[in-house]
Design a protein around this ligand. Sequence first.
Ligand SMILES: CC(C)(COP(=O)(O)OP(=O)(O)OC[C@H]1O[C@@H](n2cnc3c(N)ncnc32)[C@H](O)[C@@H]1OP(=O)(O)O)[C@@H](O)C(=O)NCCC(=O)NCCS
Length: 178
Amino acid sequence: MTARGARLTIHGLSSPCTDVPRKLRRYGRRATADPCRIRPAKLADVPAVHAIEQSVFGDPWSTQDFRDCLSSDALFRVAETTDGVAGYVVALDAADEGEILNLAVASGGRRRGLGRALVLDMLDALADRGVRQVYLEVRESNAPARALYAAHGFKEVGRRKGYYRRPVEDAIVLRCDA
Ligand SMILES: CC(C)(COP(=O)(O)OP(=O)(O)OC[C@H]1O[C@@H](n2cnc3c(N)ncnc32)[C@H](O)[C@@H]1OP(=O)(O)O)[C@@H](O)C(=O)NCCC(=O)NCCS
């Protein structure tokens, strides 16, 4: 099973909402240039999240996968702009390790800092749960995502041969300190 297909259990999604433009985040940078709020996902967000998922990935999660995140121990956060939900991130933790399982920003909302805001918000949420190291997998050819992760301290620690389907491709395993 790929990370993007993994399912797990929720602590209650009790992380506070984040009014991103008002707050300086990790590394002292403002997370986004545009008004955007990072908040816990709710059931009503699933159709919008799934529409982004389908438009972005060749092997999309189902609506049930996202509903499962809401009824599990996953951290599931969305980026909401004045136009509605424009991105999301899902992660899990166990003991002092976390894993980012899914991240996407709608194509019309990219290069405005939403991806960065989602990653930084999730690193903070994972750290709040006691996570010390965060892992994720990324397609080898996914230059935008790899640049985003590298900019926030993720380093390559492994490779999973032929990990992805549609199209088949290696996954690069990245890790950073939370
Ligand atoms: C990866 C993704 C989430 C980035 O979202 P985004 O909102 O466009 O990213 P941001 O505007 O926050 O960019 C943050 C940094 O990421 C890097 N980056 C983002 N898009 C990039 C691109 N097209 N080319 C190169 N670097 C890019 C840059 O370092 C950027 O910082 P900068 O703007 O100061 O140069 C988005 O491209 C996406 O949803 N891609 C498809 C889904 C995906 O690949 N998910 C990750 C799976 S592991």
